[in-house]
Ligand binder design. Structure first.
Ligand SMILES: Cc1ncc(COP(=O)(O)O)c(C=O)c1O
Length: 367
């Protein structure tokens, strides 16, 4: 598919001052602050039934005027992506595996009956926004500019059918370390009361509704002193699926690595795919297969499983400390981050930030 990738520039006359920006960049946290602009492309279906993307533009960041009957507000027709822009030592700005994000956005679009966005329009929207707001990219260790492309049904219509008017947008948020501070193992709560996804559902799509339905489980996790929640497939021997916002990996005593196979209910993480590749590059055996909660418990108890970690764009790679299943704990309190976990983490971060060679051509220059 080809597309007109010309973006009109309606730049802000009320940008944050250098002092305001510096105050934010001194301690950005995650998802708290937003840059001066947003990139937008609209979609509509004309009376003859032909749909198309139009009015690509960069605008000042600000509230969206939506008709109260807009589809997204009633039926949740919404999808999104999450990725980062990294400033390299020479000042250039790069993003990681943007083609994979573009492809996943389109897989999500198909599942949520939203229009697909041509990859070149997706890439150009990132370039345009990052070019306008590049002063917002923090350059400290582990810091980046988080990019949030999303697509919403804007048509004012209360019948249940795919919207004929849709808006695609990108916003950006300076990002520090997701869990704050140094890399420390996090405790995880096993959700027994809630599922995140089911067969034929939307688990493999990055759709807002999946996250809405994970929040009650997340609250339960926090009430039990855990940072994140683990979802199981309770109809399939309690097979491990993923966390609320991250995929999971297991390192075995012989150095082999296992991650749950994609089953249609798990999000295909781009960090996950990259770790599989980096593991294989090291000559390690990396397997995507079913792994159950029993295997996790027994493997940790016997010493067969030596490291468990979670991964995703926001938190990169985070060691999992203890898994809490009701009153039972799997794993030891205060365990140090695993050696392979930290080594793959630093290789991946090194590629993203330009200090380790990008042998797979995963980086795309934005500015
Ligand atoms: C449910 C879920 N699983 C896994 C991931 C990891 O995906 P990625 O590595 O592409 O960020 C995410 C997003 O970060 C997610 O929301």
């Amino acid at each position: 598919m080809t597309a007109d990738t010309q973006f009109a520039q309606h730049l802000s006359t009320q940008r944050a001052s250098a002092e305001e920006r510096e105050a934010v960049l001194a301690n950005p946290g995650f998802g708290n602050f937003f840059t001066d602009h947003t990139a937008i492309v609209d979609f509509s279906v004309d009376p003859s039934g032909v749909g198309g993307w139009h009015d690509a533009r960069v605008e000042p960041y600000g509230p969206i005027a939506l008709d109260p009957a807009a589809g997204v507000l009633h039926y949740g027709q919404e999808i999104f992506e999450g990725m980062k822009a990294y400033r390299h030592a020479d000042g250039s700005v790069w993003t990681f595996r943007a083609d994979a994000n573009a492809a996943r956005l389109n897989r999500s679009a198909i599942r949520l009956a939203l229009p697909q966005l041509p990859e070149e329009l997706f890439l150009e929207s990132l370039r345009q926004l990052v070019a306008a707001d590049q002063e917002w990219i923090p350059s400290g260790d582990g810091e980046s500019l988080y990019l949030r492309p999303f697509m919403i049904a804007t048509e004012a219509f209360l019948g249940v059918r795919p919207a004929r008017e849709v808006s695609y947008r990108v916003i950006a948020s300076p990002a520090g370390n997701y869990f704050g501070g140094e890399v420390k193992p996090v405790d995880i709560w096993v959700s027994r009361n809630y599922a995140r996804a089911g067969r034929g559902g939307t688990g493999a799509a990055k759709a807002g509704g999946n996250y809405a339905s994970s929040l009650a489980a997340q609250l339960e996790a926090e009430a039990h002193g855990c940072k994140q929640v683990l979802f199981l497939d309770q109809f399939n021997d309690n097979a491990v699926e993923e966390l609320g916002g991250m995929n999971v990996f297991f390192v075995f005593r012989d150095g082999s690595i296992v991650t749950p196979a994609l089953s249609g209910t798990i999000l295909e993480g781009i960090t996950r795919s990259s770790i599989i590749q980096l593991g294989r590059d090291r000559g390690l055996e990396v397997t995507e297969r079913k792994i159950t909660l029993d295997e996790w418990r027994d493997g940790v108890a016997s010493g067969e499983i030596t490291e468990v970690f979670a991964c995703g764009t926001a938190a990169v790679i985070t060691p999992i400390g203890r898994l809490r299943d009701g009153d039972e704990f799997i794993g030891a309190e205060g365990a140090a981050p695993g050696e392979l976990t930290m080594s793959i983490r630093s290789e991946l971060l090194g590629i993203q930030t330009g200090v380790v060679e990008d042998t797979h051509g995963w980086l795309t220059r934005l500015v």
